[in-house]
Write a protein that binds this ligand. Structure first.
Ligand code: ADP
Length: 549
């Protein structure tokens, strides 16, 4: 902003908030801190921040020599490994834009996204070569593909202009300086998974990434310290990797990268072997880990906290981690559009006396925001609603790491003139600023003019000992408009009946929230980011009719 008047300005340096300054800091002050990865080829790989920086510089130099320029989009389709981290910093260091691709999307969707972003290069893991063989011919902007491996592991492939990462960077000597530019320059791109309509591109800036990471590492947020050993299980391609690629190096903590090993056994192995102290992922990952430990036994002596977000964390998971394994759960809420962290459920002094079920109930809330996130709830007419822990409304946010628009101006209706972004979530807030998501705006069940939270019923239902997963959708009703239908996947070898589920819910929710019916299916459909796909579920059940009488 320009100084319009003649008032006194501060006399402090302009020091642009550039992402590559983060890896410089890590390499200088925490240079020997370990970065351990489960490589895609198999063995564990060990390096440190100094090593990451050295090779990122080589990559930057090589990209520069290849004609990559400020603002060019460079895609990655890769697991969390040291090479992926180096790729981000190499790309950032010349002012190009890392564009993470989610390999779990359909090939046509990925091609659409790459064409929308006009990706110039792609860095890809061995796992996804076959997928990329299908996609690359449909993306004319793609000039070169770099496979994140060495020459010895290069696969037979029909892809053109393909090279191994190790030989690609070997041609640079690392005698290179990072580029300097405006801190508002685009740094990264990530598309929302677009369960409805076309995916929308979110564009982070260097400034937003740096500010967001500073907010994320605070004591009431991730509480990161250089003594930590942080394992981001959440992939870098999911919602900006929850910022761990920046908050980790900024803190100087060790980083443990799980590679492609996302199953319960692999996660258990790396957590214990590498003495991870803090880790983060969506609930489904933790469900797999807990099931693995339930079956094979195991302890988590080094793990102090686990960050769970992306969808609501079922109480059963929080309870198991805390009571059975002595690991604190930090429930988190965020969105791709928020870089992504919005709120974390750490315990403020007002709640420090809570124990047992009361504490679990607090932890079912998504929590309170860090400095840099403003939030409010409104009704459909944009009138602000009270923070009384009951009244729910549309959740709106703003801040320096919240999107101001989508790429190419899509979704303009989600942004208002005062800079508030409508999250599409419905929530209530309590007087201490703890927010709780009660639904997605499009999933909330409108019964007789009142709203029923599908998520709240789902969370309770999965507490039933025979239930593996639960989803609640609204079904048309002649009198009430919509009524809740509870859809259940039973645990293996169990066969609960409708009455036992309803009995279990009885007394835990208002009578008029009680599902009109409970049905059992083999599998609930999920989105590419592991969330229940209600659109598909509604489609599958479109002929379903509520019992009458
Ligand atoms: P996508 O929409 O691409 O799946 P996002 O990660 O951006 O990916 O999704 C953000 C949405 O996920 C939020 O708007 C919210 O609906 C949901 N979400 C994230 N964390 C939580 C949480 N802890 N509890 C409930 N919902 C959550």
């Amino acid at each position: 902003m320009k100084n319009k008047g003649d008032h006194m300005l501060g006399m402090m340096q302009e020091w642009p908030l550039l992402c590559h300054k983060v890896i410089d800091h890590a390499a200088i002050y925490h240079g020997k801190r370990e970065i351990v990865s489960r490589s895609v080829e198999g063995p564990f790989h060990r390096t440190d921040y100094a090593g990451i920086r050295e090779r990122s510089l080589k990559l930057a130099q090589r990209l520069d020599r290849d004609g990559c320029r400020l603002g060019d989009r460079i895609a990655t389709m890769a697991w969390n490994t040291w090479r992926h981290l180096e790729t981000w910093y190499g790309v950032l260091g010349i002012g190009a834009v890392y564009h993470t691709l989610n390999p779990r999307l359909f090939p046509d969707q990925i091609a659409w996204i790459m064409n929308d972003a006009e990706d110039k290069m792609l860095f890809v893991d061995l796992t996804f070569i076959k997928l990329v063989e299908m996609i690359a011919p449909k993306v004319p902007s793609l000039e070169r593909i770099v496979v994140l491996t060495d020459d010895a592991h290069m696969p037979e492939t029909s892809l053109k202009n393909v090279v191994s990462y190790e030989s690609y960077i070997a041609e640079a000597d690392g005698d290179f300086a990072w580029a300097e530019f405006d801190e508002r320059t685009a740094a990264g791109m990530c598309y929302t998974s677009g369960t409805t309509g076309d995916p929308k591109g979110v564009v982070y800036s260097h400034r937003s990434n740096v500010l967001h990471a500073m907010a994320a590492m605070q004591p009431d947020m991730l509480n990161l310290a250089s003594r930590d050993r942080l394992m981001p299980v959440v992939p870098l391609f999911h919602a900006n990797g929850w910022s761990t690629a920046f908050s980790g190096p900024m803190t100087g903590c060790a980083m443990i990268m799980p590679g492609a090993g996302m199953d319960g056994a692999s996660i258990y192995e790396i957590l214990t072997q590498e003495k991870v102290t803090i880790t983060a992922a969506v609930p489904t990952v933790w469900l797999m880990l807990l099931q693995h430990m339930e079956k094979h036994g195991g302890k988590l002596p080094d793990l102090s906290r686990v960050v769970i977000g992306g969808s609501a964390c079922p109480q059963a998971i929080t309870k198991a981690f805390q009571d059975d394994y002595g690991v604190d759960v930090i429930h988190a809420w965020g969105m791709t559009e928020m870089s992504p962290l919005g709120t974390l459920c750490s315990i403020k002094p007002e709640y420090s006396h809570l124990e047992g079920q009361e504490k679990l109930d607090l932890q079912a809330k998504q929590g309170h925001p860090p400095f840099t996130v403003e939030m409010k709830i409104t009704d459909d007419e944009n009138i602000e609603l009270p923070w009384d822990a009951k009244t729910f409304g549309r959740l709106k946010v703003r801040g320096p790491a919240v999107s101001s628009s989508y790429y190419k101006g899509r979704g303009a209706e989600q942004f208002d003139a005062e800079g508030w972004f409508d999250t599409g979530d419905v929530a209530h807030v309590d007087s201490y600023g703890y927010m709780q998501i009660t639904d997605r705006a499009k999933d909330v069940i409108k019964s007789g003019g009142e709203w029923i939270s599908s998520i709240e019923i789902e969370n309770l239902a999965v507490g039933h000992p025979d239930v593996a997963e639960a989803a609640v959708i609204g079904v048309a009703h002649p009198k009430w408009d919509e009524r809740p239908l509870l859809v259940i996947v039973a645990k293996e070898g169990r066969s609960p009946d409708k009455q036992s589920i309803l009995d279990f819910l009885d007394g835990k929710i208002a009578k008029w929230w009680m599902p009109d019916d409970v049905i059992f299916i083999d599998e609930i459909p999920h989105t590419a980011t592991g969330k229940i796909q209600k659109t598909t579920l509604r489609e599958t059940l479109k002929d379903y009719q509520l019992p009458t009488g």
